[in-house]
Design a binder for this molecule. Structure first.
Ligand code: ZN
Length: 188
């Protein structure tokens, strides 16, 4: 697995070094046998802005989604929700839930005891278009309204390490995922 080194790791799309982790994202796994054209990109880092302009983004995200659906036997990892590559999975061994979006791409684990509160906060942020912050142990989720949706920033020890805009078109799926998370986290 490639590691990220600020100022040294290069973006596989533009070839330039990535200065800060928060500008970058790591592309998800996919089955290279079924999508050989994407093989050079798998698990590589990209600038988020390069990824947003990448013409094959949807195709890559779709191939990554297929891999999870095929390789994810329910008995090992509970699958609570999926829509267009946006997944809510269980991580029982870690008493956590995993939010994973192959289109974002995005991946974050939410400790089970904090999950219901986070879900409520994310839903409120979408509905009220207000900035809010949610502490989940060492990580913090910050949601801030933007022109095109909501910007989600993940920080650890006050240092931002991931930042993704959730566009308005994707918010219905995120809202449904968060409602599902609320349900499974509270056991109702
Ligand atoms: Zn780039």
């Amino acid at each position: 697995m490639p590691f990220f080194i600020p100022g040294s790791t290069t973006c596989v799309l533009c070839g330039k070094p990535i200065q800060q982790r928060v500008e970058a994202t790591q592309l998800p796994l996919l089955d290279v046998a079924s999508a050989p054209a994407f093989a050079p990109l798998v698990r590589r880092f990209v600038h988020r802005h390069c990824w947003e302009g990448y013409p094959q983004r949807d195709g890559y995200a779709h191939a990554a989604r297929e891999l999870i659906l095929q390789a994810n036997p329910e008995e090992i990892t509970p699958l609570y929700f999926e829509r267009d590559g946006l997944f809510l999975l269980g991580v029982p061994a870690a008493r956590a839930f995993r939010v994973k979006d192959t289109w974002g791409p995005f991946e974050a684990d939410v400790p089970a005891p904090k999950a219901a509160r986070l879900a409520k906060g994310v839903l409120a942020a979408f509905e009220q278009q207000m900035t809010s912050e949610h502490a989940l142990g060492s990580a913090t989720w910050r949601l801030a309204p933007s022109k095109r949706g909501v910007v989600l920033t993940l920080s650890s020890e006050e240092e931002a390490f991931d930042q993704m805009e959730i566009p308005l078109t994707k918010q219905p799926a995120w809202s449904d995922l968060m409602r599902k998370l609320q349900q499974v986290a509270t056991g109702t």
